[in-house]
Design a protein around this ligand. Structure first.
Ligand code: DX5
Ligand code: ZN
Length: 224
């Protein structure tokens, strides 16, 4: 089983949209591994963010993998547009409110040559994603209820991270385990200790004076 490198994925939802190109260049230079792009439709979550046009813009700014998180209804319908816009990975929600056939959506994303991920809200039991684990490249465990950056990390989600790790081993799978929401050095350490290897962070990076130090502090969280 390949050891999973600790990856930091800044969420551009927290970037300065008035200077998006500058912020992307800064965070890339600061050592980001992926860029996390939060797509919100105002239906699946109570907020609206941006669409394929912004993904295409960011695609033109960097060659880093674009980790697209679809917090939308009918991700099956929209996924092709995000793939055309340059997504390297597309993560969809397992909840019925997303109104799609999860297995078919995951398969269609992969058939289009894109990595596929599956995510679940804090209120959703991990069992909801288990049947799909052999068919994903990434499992995203939401550590906040999706819709907004700047929320507080829910430590109770670490049980799901441990379960994702244990099942990856027992299934002989190789998916990345990603966490998203309230990730800063002390919560990054907890997530890594429980098995996460991909860390999404918006506020703790883009609101920091020094992006490089902020990313390093997540990747190598020193003991408090
Ligand atoms: C929330 C998004 C998260 C969020 C993370 O719905 O999925 O990616 O942008 O923001 P922070 O790191 O500020 O909690
Ligand atoms: Zn996200």
């Amino acid at each position: 089983m390949s050891a999973h490198k600790i990856l930091v994925a800044p969420s551009i939802l927290a970037a300065d949209f008035a200077h998006l190109a500058d912020d992307v260049a800064r965070v890339v230079a600061a050592g980001a591994d992926w860029l996390h792009l939060d797509i919100m439709d105002g239906q699946f979550v109570d907020n609206i963010s941006f669409g394929p046009a912004v993904v295409e813009t960011v695609r033109g700014l960097t060659s880093l993998p674009l980790d697209v998180h679809l917090m939308i209804e009918r991700p099956d319908h929209y996924a092709p547009r995000f793939i055309s816009a340059g997504a390297n990975s597309i993560t969809v929600h397992v909840e019925t409110e997303a109104k799609h056939n999860v297995a078919q959506t995951l398969s269609a994303i992969r058939d289009a040559g894109c990595r596929c991920g599956l995510t679940l809200n804090p209120a959703t039991p991990f069992e909801a994603v288990e049947p799909h684990l052999p068919h994903v490249d990434l499992v995203l465990i939401m550590t906040v209820h999706p819709g907004f950056g700047g929320q507080s990390f829910r430590a109770g989600m670490m049980e799901k991270v441990r379960r994702a790790r244990d099942l990856r081993d027992s299934l002989g799978a190789d998916y990345d385990i990603e966490v998203d929401g309230g990730i800063k050095p002390e919560t990054a350490r907890l997530a890594i200790e429980n098995g996460a290897n991909a860390l999404v962070a918006g506020t703790s990076i883009f609101k920091a004076a020094d992006y490089k130090a902020a990313i390093r502090a997540l990747r190598e969280p020193s003991r408090e």
